[in-house]
Design a binder for this molecule. Structure first.
Ligand code: PDD
Length: 283
């Protein structure tokens, strides 16, 4: 089956889909994005993704490409036309096309691109045995809460992880505190048994998965310390894990070559994973 993309008002063959060379996303990374999970044909946590998209657009003064209702229809159509049952939607809004010049163009018309594709969830081996992470200095800008398409530091970090045979790179701020992963949020169960993930601020992206896991924890009576933890604390942790739209909840068993806890996914991970899978499969 040939893939279909939505590009500025039209459904086009994915192979032929393109944007103008002076799209500000292409020239300046002047845009934002969302990645939304599709589970059994349904969009997961669509409203929180829309809320975050609104916050990103507002922060950059990029106009909404269309109403939320219309956007929902177009996303749904893109999922159906690609017959995605389990996978992801990628949605990108840029400040549109204008002759290259740094200031906002006088009459910007936001550009919207949406793709959808099947994607397998993390493998059974990953869930059973866990993954390795490496750490790197966080060299990103001061507004990591905006889901900007400008991802060079994240790309460099992930490439470093891949070259180190690791699943993810955790980014460390100038105070030695873990901010988040290159494309996921970071969690530990510290040496005292407290579950920790960094508090929301301009230093991290407020993950939709992070938020769903926090809600599930609250409902389940699991206390979470929303506080930054240091690399030293992570290296002494009993357990560690990452959350994201594409990873769900994945256990981390090795940080920079140092074993986490007993080197196996632990009980808190198992509980969080079960809670999140129940959130994904409500029926
Ligand atoms: N990344 N932090 C960063 C820097 C991210 O890029 C992501 C998501 C997350 C987790 O957010 P969420 O739970 O909403 O997926 C945290 C997406 C998946 C990506 O860039 O592909």
């Amino acid at each position: 089956m040939s893939r279909i993309a939505y590009v500025n008002g039209q459904y086009v063959s994915h192979r032929m889909a393109g944007v103008h060379i002076e799209d500000r996303g292409y020239q300046f990374a002047d845009g934002v994005y969302e990645v939304i999970a599709v589970r059994d044909g349904e969009l997961v946590d669509l409203d929180p993704h829309f809320d975050r998209l609104d916050r990103s657009l507002d922060a950059l003064e990029i106009a909404q490409p269309m109403t939320r209702g219309a956007l929902g229809v177009v996303i749904d159509q893109t999922v159906r036309r690609n017959r995605v049952r389990d996978g992801i939607v990628y949605l990108q809004v840029t400040r549109g096309v204008a002759p290259r010049s740094h200031p906002f163009p006088p009459d910007p018309e936001s550009a919207l691109v949406i793709t959808a594709r099947a994607m397998a969830p993390p493998s059974a081996a990953i869930i059973e045995h866990g993954v390795r992470v490496v750490t790197m200095a966080d060299i990103r800008w001061g507004r990591c809460d905006i889901k900007s398409i400008a991802l060079l530091p994240n790309i460099l970090a992930k490439q470093n992880a891949v070259e180190s045979d690791a699943y993810e790179a955790w980014l460390i701020d100038e105070n030695g505190i873990v901010t988040e992963g290159s494309s996921s949020n970071a969690w530990i169960v510290n040496a005292d048994g407290a579950l920790m993930t960094r508090d929301l601020s301009k230093s991290i992206l407020g993950g939709i998965t992070r938020s769903a896991v926090l809600d599930a924890c609250a409902e389940d009576g699991i206390e979470v310390l929303q506080n930054g933890f240091s690399l030293a604390q992570a290296l002494n942790a009993r357990e560690a894990m990452v959350t994201s739209t594409t990873s769900f909840v994945v256990p981390v068993v090795d940080i920079d070559g140092s074993q986490v806890g007993d080197g196996r996914p632990g009980p808190v991970f198992q509980r969080l994973r079960a809670l999140y899978m129940a959130h994904l499969n409500p029926r």
